[in-house]
Ligand binder design. Structure first.
Ligand code: NAP
Length: 485
């Protein structure tokens, strides 16, 4: 039996870690330590500072339901505004004083005899805990492409998620490898200042408009003063997200609507037929993340910008060589190649009951009950875990649901005077079967994407709607768990 106030370690001080800590605090848990490898809290919004970094989910929904802000400057807030929001919420709720920065967690090990976790850090320290919340996110480890000769390149390189603000791009010949969600945000920002920009696209994307101009003063005033306006906008954006999910879930019916809206928008933006053909995606609308940008396609049509769709075959000291044999000499290569997603919290070593490592348990791909609990890993909870990413909503909605759910699990431990709680393997297996079955016929199954692991199984995304996830996690069913006395 543990004390009424168990020792809880939260790994990661981004939106997930902050959400979990606030929820636990609200319900009387007070022995909480939040560890983060970075020098301060913020998670993805601390690391991703590339020019034009912003959230493409409107801020009314990409914010905590319990900490609504009425002074967002535009529909989709820029990185600095979101980071400021998260810092403010963390301060208001006293989370900031629990954060131990510059503390990289290297391992979490369950001890069967003491029935406690030992959390180890890169600095050689260990911390004992009754429960661990892993809130390291799905998008925290930059992925670099393996390109022959990359190490021979004599120019400058960096990843979009670790933008090198010390390197002056003005007047440089710059290559951007990748054309996903990050690239479409920074390409329009840097195109006007560089001498030449060469964008290497492997796969085209579906686009929808996003102007994102600052709100007019009168509108901001209205949001501030008119009761219910903020709530109504949040509800509307929530429903819009659900509609996007409905399009992805039903590619043959509603998905056609999204497809035609996107096609119309893209045609209106792409006046050059040759470029249009190069940009056009060859997969079902919604299979990969739909990109919201009204600035990217016009940027590709600038005189100093070129889109290359020939595959990259190698790099040389002076640049990039494509499969057609063409040499693209550049001064700098920006990798906008996304993140190592499907390994989740690796390379952190997590060892559960019976000395079984999570690597082994997840050898065939990561999976967890509701994305949160893994059998054999008692009182270990994952925020933004397997199959909880969203293509049509706000991850903050999911994080709040996960925080509520894991808080209930720890309340159950407290109520029963137990030491830990472990999800039943049969419950996890049945849930996973049902969840995977729900991908059948959806757009997600119709192309290759970072949502899938090597076997093709979708391991990152939730197959349904936000409302379904909220419902599934609203009330923890104790019969699905085994209490460790
Ligand atoms: P991403 O969407 O995964 O895009 C990576 C890009 O790099 C893709 O165009 C990909 O091509 C290309 N690529 C990857 N490996 C390559 C290789 N070896 N050779 C050539 N090209 C390669 O990554 P991201 O843009 O950083 O975004 C990742 C996720 O972060 C998004 O899906 C989203 O969830 C999140 N994000 C969100 C926002 C937001 O506003 N909410 C903004 C940025 C990022 P393929 O398409 O062919 O794989």
């Amino acid at each position: 039996m543990v004390s009424a106030d168990p020792k809880i370690v939260v790994v990661g001080a981004g939106f997930g870690g902050v959400a979990a800590t606030i929820e636990l605090q609200k319900h009387g848990f007070s022995d909480i330590t939040v560890l983060d490898a970075a020098p301060e809290l913020g998670g993805t919004w601390l690391h991703n500072t590339y020019p034009g970094a912003a959230c493409d989910v409107p801020s009314h929904l990409y914010s905590f339901s319990f900490a609504q802000r009425r002074d967002w400057t535009r529909l989709c807030s820029p990185q600095a505004e979101i980071l400021d929001y998260l810092r403010t919420v963390a301060r208001d709720y006293g989370v900031d004083r629990r954060v131990v920065p510059n503390t990289e967690v290297t391992g979490c090990t369950w001890d069967d005899s003491t029935q406690r976790w030992t959390v180890s850090t890169a600095g050689g320290h260990t911390i004992d805990a009754n429960a661990v919340v892993i809130a390291t996110g799905q998008l925290n480890r930059p992925a670099y492409p393996r390109i022959e000769g990359a190490d021979t390149f004599a120019g400058h390189t960096f990843h979009s998620a670790r933008w090198d603000h010390g390197y002056d791009l003005r007047g440089k010949r710059v290559a951007v490898v990748g054309s996903g969600a990050s690239a479409v945000q920074f390409v329009p920002e840097i195109a006007p200042i560089v001498e030449r920009l060469t964008v290497f696209q492997r796969t085209g994307n579906w686009f929808l408009p996003r102007e994102n101009r600052p709100y007019p003063a009168a509108f901001r005033e209205a949001v501030r003063r008119v009761p219910g306006l903020q709530t109504a906008r949040r509800r509307f954006i929530y429903q819009y997200g659900e509609l996007l999910t409905a399009m992805i879930r039903n590619p043959r019916s509603l998905g056609r609507l999204g497809h035609s809206q996107s096609s119309r928008f893209m045609r209106s933006q792409l006046t050059d037929p040759e470029l249009r053909e190069k940009v056009w995606p060859d997969y079902t609308f919604g299979c990969k993340r739909v990109l919201f940008s009204s600035a990217f396609l016009p940027a590709l049509q600038r005189d100093n910008v070129e889109l290359i769709t020939d595959a990259i075959s190698r790099m040389t000291p002076s640049g990039i060589v494509t499969a057609d044999g063409r040499e693209h000499d550049v001064d700098c290569v920006v990798y906008a190649t996304g993140f190592a997603t499907t390994g989740f919290m690796f390379p952190m070593k997590v060892v559960g009951a019976g000395g079984r490592s999570l690597d082994d348990v997840w050898a065939d791909g990561p999976r967890a009950h509701l994305g949160i609990s893994v059998p054999g890993f008692p009182s270990l909870f994952v925020m933004y875990g397997p199959n909880t990413n969203t293509s049509g909503g706000s991850i903050i909605v999911y994080l709040e649901a996960q925080a509520r759910y894991l808080r209930q699990a720890l309340q159950e431990v407290r109520r029963r005077g137990a030491t830990a709680i472990d999800v039943r393997p049969d419950v996890e297996a049945a849930g996973d079967r049902q969840l995977q079955g729900r991908f059948a016929g959806t757009a997600w199954m119709q192309c290759n994407s970072w949502y899938r692991d090597r076997s093709g199984r979708i391991v990152t995304n939730w197959p349904g709607y936000m409302r379904e996830y909220e419902k599934a996690t609203r009330t923890l069913d104790p019969t699905q768990y085994r209490l460790i006395e």
